[in-house]
Design a protein around this ligand. Structure first.
Ligand SMILES: [Zn+2]
Ligand SMILES: [Zn+2]
Length: 371
């Protein structure tokens, strides 16, 4: 028997992406909850570049589905076994991981649950077809279904739900800017891309003890983001549209970067820039996707001559998520003052377009849906 929360509703309001650029409001029945699962009442869901790639059709997706994969909410109903497994009860605020884990295959045992045999990349929240019962597999809704293999994390009480949705980008920053390149004290770090993931990688590098952190952006719409990077502790910011980042870095530090983290989106030239910024023997983390195979200016021989170490980075793991929630609650960085824009369910579509620069105005750094 599942423990019940208050505020009973009969139907769930959700946005269903039926085809590219067809995001339709739908009412879905409230699911039955058993011993092993739970229902989340969504308080906030972060928007990210992936949401727009699904929306625009750039990312091949299995339509139709409820998008949204950065959910924070309150446990509305939960089965006894699920409550024990996750260590949470009705009324607790939690964040939901994107991936699911069977907790028993080799990949899951190694913490590599992105490669879980049962779930893997196909079973991510915000990607699962609405046709699979109970349909509530995404955060752009009033409620989200928490299946037995979901991974939920308690949100520290000090954290408001809108700021808490940053668990995903901040977790990515910790994994990409710290754990994967093993950033340490005295490292010179360069972060390519000043969006919320770039700022998060900057924070992670600072927390790792980096001696110097440079952040790059491109063009006028990145300028407010580069100013924000200074507030988050960057030593130097560079607009690559008007200055050569290699010249700027050498001018400021006398050398090249030990660690380069590329979190740019749709910036084909960033790859060659990352190779140019890395010192011989340097570590380069490639986390931004380009959407095209061309890499202008890139010469593979540079990897050989410089003996570079390249790391591809996809997604976040539990350790980084938990570290992210602790950093967000710690209050050392001005995450609450990150320029954000909140939209209701009805406003999600317009906000997605604005974040992709389709609205003819400077895109907000962080977009959040509050139903
Ligand atoms: Zn995302
Ligand atoms: Zn598994």
């Amino acid at each position: 028997m599942a423990a019940m929360g208050s505020n009973r509703v009969r139907d769930v309001r959700a946005l269903v992406l039926e085809a590219p650029r067809q995001l339709v409001p739908r009412e879905l029945p409230l699911p039955e909850i058993g011993d092993d699962d739970a229902l989340l009442r969504i308080e906030a869901c972060g928007l990210c570049g992936t949401d727009h790639e699904q929306y625009s059709g750039l990312l091949p997706a299995g339509f139709a589905f409820v998008p949204g994969h950065e959910s924070v909410g309150v446990i509305d109903r939960i089965g006894n076994r699920a409550a024990e497994r996750w260590g949470v009860a009705v009324g607790d605020r939690v964040a939901v991981e994107v991936f699911q884990s069977c907790r028993s295959c080799d990949a899951c045992h190694n913490g590599e649950y992105r490669r879980c045999r049962r779930h893997g990349l196909a079973d991510m929240y915000g990607f699962i077809p609405v046709g699979r019962a109970p349909g509530l597999w995404g955060g752009f809704a009033t409620h989200q279904y928490l299946a037995p293999d979901s991974m939920v994390m308690a949100v520290p009480p000090a954290l408001d739900p809108v700021t808490a949705t940053l668990f995903n980008p901040v977790g990515a920053g910790i994994r990409w800017g710290w754990t994967i390149p093993e950033t340490g004290a005295d490292d010179v770090v360069t972060v390519l891309g000043p969006g919320v993931r770039g700022l998060s990688a900057l924070v992670a590098a600072r927390e790792a003890g980096a001696a110097f952190v440079m952040v790059t952006g491109s063009g006028s719409h990145d300028r407010p983001r580069l100013e924000m990077a200074m507030r988050f502790g960057a030593d130097l910011v560079v607009d690559v549209a008007t200055a050569d980042p290699v010249v700027e870095l050498v001018g400021a530090t006398g050398g090249l970067a030990d660690v380069v983290v590329d979190v740019t989106a749709k910036a084909p030239t960033a790859f060659a820039q990352a190779m140019g910024l890395a010192r011989p023997g340097g570590r380069v983390v490639v986390a931004g996707t380009r959407g095209v195979a061309e890499t202008p200016g890139f010469n593979p021989d540079h990897i050989v001559y410089k003996e570079l170490r390249l790391f591809g980075a996809l997604g976040v793991d539990s350790r980084a998520y938990r570290a992210a929630l602790a950093r967000l609650a710690g209050g050392r960085y001005p995450f609450e003052s990150l320029p954000h824009e909140v939209a209701s369910l009805n406003g999600v579509e317009a906000l997605l377009q604005a974040m992709a620069g389709e609205a003819g105005r400077v895109p907000p750094v962080h977009g959040v849906m509050v139903p």
